[in-house]
Design a protein around this ligand. Structure first.
Ligand code: 13P
Ligand code: SF4
Length: 339
């Protein structure tokens, strides 16, 4: 194919200048990225940094992104709640969402005037795809007195049918803020179960699950505890109940990271998507990480070359029909007003 028609721009080169400009970043990740891999990442990182300046763009990266994205090009990192807040606050013209599609939609809802790019729109989520707007309408007909709380891991169409959103970091507060006797809580049945253990509000749940967290078992955690002494087991609330019962601490990805950074346990097992261990390990070299590796295939669709291409072409951009967006935005903003 003649080069002028080539849809995939050539990868940037690793030069001595690039090596010098990225050396400080390699210092940060040298414990988790092998040296022979660094030149390829560094050339992409350097090109992305330049494009971000040219486009007045920021990269919002979820805690599950790979270390070269998380430490190399992200301007803002965090859990779903932090990313939603930062999307609303940023003054950039362009947001690149290094995360999954529902996160990019949430950013677009909160920054409708900005261009929000998702480097690979196929980056979905098994929770978001487990429920549609029609399912929510049917639940409302069945339980007309119960407000609908939807996890942010849902499509804009589902958010538009909901009274309020929540994340793993604020679910209990959001449920209790409604003053209702019972609520419909969707779509994660395990997060719903976890919330129900901590509140007197009756929780009506849906049968969605995260395909990454549902794979962990309580028996597996007990086996790790037998193998490694002094092991702090920290789990995400999307895990099944037997896993949460076997954990020392349960929290959102940001709360899990805070636990490790503040308490600095000798050994830790983060029961969640495994890139997060690499990202946290880079900052706490004295903590030993035990790593069962469950990867989220959707999060892993986001790569440095994909981020670069998105910045070069300003596509693919997230678009949400304005009437739908207005209803979905209300549910997200209502959450942000609670916590
Ligand atoms: P957090 O909001 O805790 O980061 O979780 C998002 C997610 O997709 C977990 O699987
Ligand atoms: Fe969805 Fe699970 Fe992936 Fe999070 S880890 S984006 S909940 S599939």
């Amino acid at each position: 194919m003649p080069s002028g028609l080539d849809a995939t721009p050539r990868a940037p080169a690793y030069t001595p200048e690039v090596a010098a400009r990225t050396a400080h970043l390699y210092e940060r990740v040298k414990g988790v990225i092998p040296e022979p891999e660094w030149p390829v990442h560094a050339a992409e990182i350097d090109a992305i940094q330049r494009l971000k300046r040219e486009r007045n763009a920021v990269v919002l990266a979820h805690n599950y992104q790979t270390p070269e994205i998380f430490h190399g090009v992200a301007d803002i990192v965090g859990d779903s709640l932090a990313l939603a807040r930062q999307a609303a606050a940023t003054e950039a013209d362009v947001i690149v969402q290094a995360g999954v599609h529902f996160m990019a939609e949430t950013s677009k809802l909160l920054s409708p005037e900005k261009r929000v790019l998702i480097p690979d729109p196929r980056a979905g989520c098994s929770l978001a795809s487990s429920i549609g707007a029609e399912d929510v309408r049917r639940l409302r007909e069945r339980y007309p007195d119960a407000p609908v709380v939807s996890y942010v891991n849902t499509s804009a169409a589902v958010k538009a049918e909901s009274d309020i959103c929540c994340t793993s970091g604020n679910a209990v507060q959001v449920v209790e803020s409604l003053g209702a006797r019972r609520v419909i809580f969707l779509p994660d049945q395990y997060l719903a179960h976890y919330v129900a253990l901590q509140t007197d509000v009756e929780i009506i749940s849906w049968q969605g699950q995260c395909e990454v967290h549902e794979r962990f078992t309580g028996a597996e955690l007990e086996a790790y505890r037998r193998q490694f002494d002094e092991l702090a087991v920290i789990a995400h609330p999307e895990c099944p109940p037997d896993v949460l019962a076997a954990a020392d601490y349960v929290g959102s990805t940001a709360q899990m990271i805070r636990f490790v950074e503040e308490r600095r346990p000798r050994r830790v097992l983060l029961v969640t998507e495994c890139s997060m261990s690499d990202n946290v390990a880079a900052g706490v070299p004295e903590v030993e990480f035990v790593r069962p590796c469950n990867l989220c295939p959707h999060m892993k669709r986001i790569t440095l070359p994909g981020i670069r291409r998105a910045l070069e072409t300003l596509a693919p951009a997230v678009e949400i029909p304005p009437a739908l967006a207005a209803r979905a935005r209300r549910a997200v903003e209502r959450m942000l007003a609670v916590v």
